[in-house]
Design a protein around this ligand. Structure first.
Ligand code: NAG
Ligand code: NAG
Ligand code: NAG
Ligand code: NAG
Ligand code: NAG
Ligand code: NAG
Ligand code: NAG
Ligand code: NAG
Ligand code: NAG
Ligand code: NAG
Ligand code: ZN
Length: 641
């Protein structure tokens, strides 16, 4: 049997499971091959943090490290913690973006997690209907736990706060927490008028509500933010000149010098931890449901507090021992300790930390009824949206930034071949120059079963292919240079091309490899390798106290940029060829018509639709996969480990 019949058989079996209401995981997902090797450090206050999920509630079905779904996260949260998300729920996955408005199905699935604190990201605010949906529904579900200190939305002719301005609450054991939520200011990105307004820092701190909030008695400030930790309060950016999250951190520190501050940021799609001062630090927790950030605080309880939680941990459980206090300035021993950990988003990791299971396979003991129901709801939503339709089997992975241009592992190499094979005129026999831009391409393509859902994460935009027929070869060939004005960027530089083959070579020294083996008995596979203010997972022994990654990986270095515009050009085109079809996506038609040699010669009337078979910038790769990746496989469709 070919792999497709296997997949289809599995899909049929699953349809029956769905009817029985619950499943433990996405049926097309895979188990993690690598897992954690040490427990978490627990403090008096502990956070679990997600951010920038962008609709990836099914997890990464073709990536072993990040294969849990949102239902597994629901099962994991069967413990006592502060659970936080810092925004960007849409733009990035078919599950969120294949509905009108974006997020209308995925947000309901997301809401199965009982967050203690949530805030909004820039992507949640670009479209009127998306932000309205969030305002109405998040508010209903989360009440004052939905915190947006600097975002207004126009409703019935009035500007109102998108969520609550702040949340003041007392934890189960009596710690008084004040939480604010700040979103970055980059709204000039969107040319379409919205009815959502993000306020700057100075504006916000002058509001009466903020001044009142600052007077309240507090043991810990929690600053949620859809903004990075490394952009200073004032900096010169493209669209804004401040990072309100960092401004507010500095302001609080100045106004309330002795109160601990915990920042939970996002937006940069990285794992990161940064120390601000001995009692103030920040965490960022990845992207696309690939990471759960863990943060533990010890010494946060003031001596006169009525806090009644246990300060004695069970045997075998450690507590935070790291400090942001620079050793050189320490005059007294620190009294405030922190730890952070970046958990891979997979069932094996969740089961390890939730119920202490160490095996690669996860027993049903881990799953909760609600978690199983959410997993089934996600699978059903994916099926209903046709996202699980299998197009073929990808026999290798193709990356955005891991391999240089024109190498087989660079996704643009694949896309150029797909343009060549699929984007054809019904009747014209002219040779073609076909142009696209790199902003159309949003994610890596991983080895394994390739579905409609995968194709939508990679190519979400649905632009028509247009063309100007019978253009001179010289003119058609110069269009790419015109678009990119000769400034195609390479981050790495040409000398780095030689390194392309070595992406799978590990960073570990012989010695560290040996030590790790004794701990883990498994090889590190490619995945996140993080450096932050507490340490560096690169080149260190994996049981190092400093490394924040919960599972050891080899670095898959994202180090090569790609030009803004790329093209496929039929090889028989010369400057003298008379009849070339100059093909491009509708998104940059006006720029093409402004190119030297085109402007004044061709006008809007000369531009016609090129493909008549429904092929668009969204579907050409789907069609390619159907043709090229379908019947060639026998047996199962393997994923990369
Ligand atoms: C809402 O605030 C924005 C930005 O301050 C302002 O431009 C807009 O006019 C306000 N809308 C209303 C209805 O007050
Ligand atoms: C601990 O303190 C909280 C908040 O003050 C209170 O609600 C709770 O009943 C106390 N628990 C115990 C076990 O005393
Ligand atoms: C806020 O206002 C103060 C005083 O007017 C000014 O010094 C500061 O630069 C402003 N901050 C930002 C981020 O614009
Ligand atoms: C993953 O592990 C489960 C047990 O938790 C097992 O039933 C399943 O077959 C495994 N899946 C794959 C793809 O190996
Ligand atoms: C899914 O595909 C079926 C069959 O082609 C079609 O009828 C249906 O409209 C599609 N659903 C969506 C949400 O695109
Ligand atoms: C794969 O190829 C077979 C045979 O050509 C065809 O019946 C099937 O529909 C194709 N599957 C997909 C997903 O295109
Ligand atoms: C040029 O190459 C294309 C693609 O290989 C082919 O379809 C076309 O017939 C060729 N045209 C000429 C004039 O050789
Ligand atoms: C991480 O450690 C490696 C090897 O010890 C070193 O080369 C690198 O500069 C370090 N990176 C950071 C960010 O400290
Ligand atoms: C697209 O091109 C721009 C400009 O060259 C570059 O900054 C950006 O990183 C590229 N995007 C991708 C996905 O390569
Ligand atoms: C083709 O024309 C371009 C632009 O006029 C010119 O720069 C280039 O050298 C020409 N190529 C050849 C092979 O003549
Ligand atoms: Zn994001």
């Amino acid at each position: 049997m070919g792999f497709l019949s296997n997949v289809l058989a599995a899909a049929r079996a699953v349809t029956c499971v769905t009817a029985e209401i619950d499943i433990d995981a996405q049926p097309d997902g895979h188990n993690a091959t690598n897992g954690p090797w040490r427990g978490l450090a627990w403090g008096e206050v502990n956070f679990l943090h997600t951010t920038d999920t962008h609709g990836w509630l099914e997890g990464h079905v073709n990536e072993v490290n990040y294969g849990a779904d949102w239902g597994d996260y629901v099962s994991f949260l069967n413990v006592d913690l502060l659970v936080v998300d810092t925004g960007d729920l849409v733009n990035g996955n078919g599950l969120s973006d294949n509905t009108v408005p974006f997020g209308s199905v995925s947000r309901g699935l997301f809401e199965n997690v009982e967050f203690d604190l949530v805030t909004a990201g820039n992507n949640d605010l670009y479209k009127r209907d998306v932000s309205r949906g969030m305002h109405a529904n998040f508010y209903r579900v989360y009440g004052d736990r939905f915190v947006t200190s600097n975002v207004d939305i126009e409703v019935s002719g009035n500007n109102v706060s998108l969520g609550e301005r702040y949340r003041y609450f007392t934890t189960k054991h009596g710690l008084r927490v004040m939480a604010f939520g700040f979103t970055l200011l980059d709204f000039r990105l969107d040319s379409v008028a919205t009815t959502t307004y993000v306020r700057g820092f100075n504006d916000t701190i002058n509001q009466a509500w903020f001044k009142d909030a600052l007077k309240m008695e507090v043991d810990l400030y929690v600053l949620l933010g859809h903004a990075g930790l490394r952009e200073a309060c004032t900096y010169t950016g493209k669209y804004a000149n401040e990072n309100p999250l960092m401004c507010i951190e500095a302001h609080l520190r100045q106004q309330r010098p002795s109160i601990p501050i915990q920042v939970l940021g996002g937006h940069t799609h990285q794992r990161d931890f940064k120390c601000f001062d001995s009692q103030s630090s920040g965490l960022e927790s990845g992207r696309y449901s690939d990471t759960v950030g863990w943060l533990a605080l010890r010494g946060v309880i003031p001596s006169n507090s009525k806090w009644n939680g246990t300060k004695t941990l069970p045997a075998g459980v450690s507590s935070p021992t790291k400090t942001c206090m620079p050793a050189s300035t320490a005059t007294t021993p620190p009294s405030y300790y922190i730890d952070r950990r970046y958990l891979d988003f997979n069932r094996r990791t969740f089961a390890y930390h939730a119920i202490g299971e160490r095996d690669e396979s996860v027993s049903s003991r881990f799953d909760t009824p609600l978690g199983r129901k959410v997993s089934a709801d996600i699978w059903k939503a994916r099926e209903d949206m046709n996202l699980t339709i299998v197009l073929g089997c990808a026999s290798r992975s193709y990356y955005l930034w891991v391999c240089p241009q024109d190498m087989p592992g660079n996704i643009y190499t694949l896309l150029k071949d797909a343009l060549k094979e699929v984007v054809k005129h019904e009747t014209s026999i002219n040779p073609r120059v076909i142009l696209m831009n790199n902003q159309s391409v949003r994610y890596d393509l991983y080895q394994g079963t390739f579905t409609v859902g995968d194709s939508l994460t990679i190519l979400p935009f649905n632009d028509d292919f247009l063309y100007i027929p019978d253009v001179q070869g010289k003119v058609a060939s110069s269009a790419l240079g015109c678009l990119s004005t000769g400034k195609a960027s390479m981050l790495g530089g040409p000398e780095d091309i030689t390194q392309a083959r070595f992406i799978d070579v590990g960073e570990w020294t012989q010695q560290s490899f040996h030590v790790r083996r004794s701990f883990l008995a498994e090889d590190p596979n490619p995945g996140h390798v993080t450096s932050d203010d507490f340490g560096n997972c690169t080149g260190k022994i994996p049981d190092s106290e400093d490394c924040g990654d919960d599972t050891v990986h080899r670095a898959l270095k994202e180090q090569y940029g790609n030009p803004t515009y790329f093209q496929y050009s039929d090889p028989n085109i010369t400057n003298q060829t008379d009849n070339v079809d100059l093909v491009f996506i509708s998104h940059f038609k006006d720029m093409i018509l402004n190119c030297k040699d085109i402007k004044g010669v061709y006008t809007d009337k000369d531009v016609k639709k090129y493909t008549t078979d429904g092929i668009t910038s969204r579907t050409f790769l789907q069609e390619y996969a159907k043709r090229k990746w379908n019947s060639t496989q026998s047996g199962a469709c393997e994923i990369g480990k």
